[in-house]
Design a protein around this ligand. Sequence first.
Ligand code: FMN
Length: 185
Amino acid sequence: MSTPYRVAVLIGSLRQASFNRKLALALQKIAPPSLQLEIVEIGHLSFYNEDEAASPPAGYAEFRATIKAADAVLFLSPEYNRSIPAVLKNALDVGSRPYGQNAFNGKPAGLITLSPGALGGFGAHHHLRQVLVCLNVATLPTPEMYVGGAADMFNADGGFVKPDTEAFMAKYLATLADWVGKQKG
Ligand SMILES: Cc1cc2nc3c(=O)[nH]c(=O)nc-3n(C[C@H](O)[C@H](O)[C@H](O)COP(=O)(O)O)c2cc1C
């Protein structure tokens, strides 16, 4: 078997019982052999300050190196007030700098917004896509993953309650694997 693609998974929630983190863990269990999903923590990154060179913040260098080393990125995020949670935007800002050294440059990516509500984080999803265009990230266009009903999605074992949901997510990961393969040439 060839080496799997390393996919950095960024979660737009710091909440201990986050549905998006549950999704990350559930996806790890069903990922195809071609994708290695690795959660990259972002909650420790201090707010981006363009004066960073004067006093390099802890964790920035490691975060940027981790993103650069990844073959792809998978964003899993809730919606906060119809947009992206600040913690995720901050991670994108940190990774995008210093100017000319954007760690996300050219990465293929997947994106799922997951919310307990019915709209599935539609607003956050498209705000995030807009930022990713600026960062030259090749985000998988379809399927558009606006996923609602998060509160009823996971069982006590960390899997999906409904086999249909698991099959749907597995299909998405297979599509993402194809997309990463095409983008990597
Ligand atoms: C500050 C804040 C704003 C929110 N705004 C929205 C929103 O615009 N749309 C939505 O569907 N849910 C909104 N929610 C509810 C979140 O979707 C919900 O708390 C979700 O479970 C957070 O994701 P997590 O479970 O991964 O932490 C908001 C929650 C917070 C804390």
